[in-house]
Design a protein around this ligand. Structure first.
Ligand SMILES: [Zn+2]
Length: 157
């Protein structure tokens, strides 16, 4: 765990601005891990939302049946909110048209999310979106592993 110790040791210096440069490699690593998790998490969501035994899922907002490979993993609370970015209730299979051209079809999405995950879910996500997050590289690595396992299970099912 040398990376972790490194971060702990230098965190105060980095915060005070004295050590800005040394963390650069670490920041790049985090960005890469975050991108990889985006990819793995998106695949998990799109496969999860397929009609059982098929490669197709219903778009959360328009209901159209689309192959998961050509669908998006659409966020209800937008991706820039880190606290809900990887919340499996906040992200659902969505057709590209709803996700890209209707700005996520947010009003419909709100209704659909409560229908799918229970009433009050949209509200709960709204409240959580600004929560402080402190994701470290190990957190991303763990999540990547977790979702890779879930994908494997779905592939084998
Ligand atoms: Zn749609």
């Amino acid at each position: 765990m040398p990376a972790l110790n490194f971060q702990k040791r230098f965190a105060p210096l980095v915060e005070s601005g004295e050590k800005r440069q040394t963390i650069h490699g670490g920041a790049d690593k985090m960005v890469n891990l975050s991108k990889k998790l985006d990819r793995v998490f998106s695949e998990y969501i799109r496969r999860r939302d397929c009609v059982q035994g098929t490669q197709f899922g219903h778009c959360i907002t328009c209901g159209r049946l689309v192959p998961w490979k050509y669908a998006d993993a659409g966020h209800y609370i937008k991706r820039q909110h880190k606290a809900t970015r990887f919340d499996p209730q906040n992200v659902n299979l969505q057709c590209k048209s709803c996700n890209c051209f209707e700005q996520g079809a947010n009003e419909k999405y709100k209704i659909a999310i409560d229908w799918k995950w229970g009433s009050g879910t949209a509200e709960k996500l709204e409240q959580r979106k600004r929560n402080r997050t402190d994701y470290r590289d190990w957190w991303y690595a763990e999540k990547i592993k977790e979702y890779q396992v879930k994908i494997k299970e779905m592939e084998d099912a």
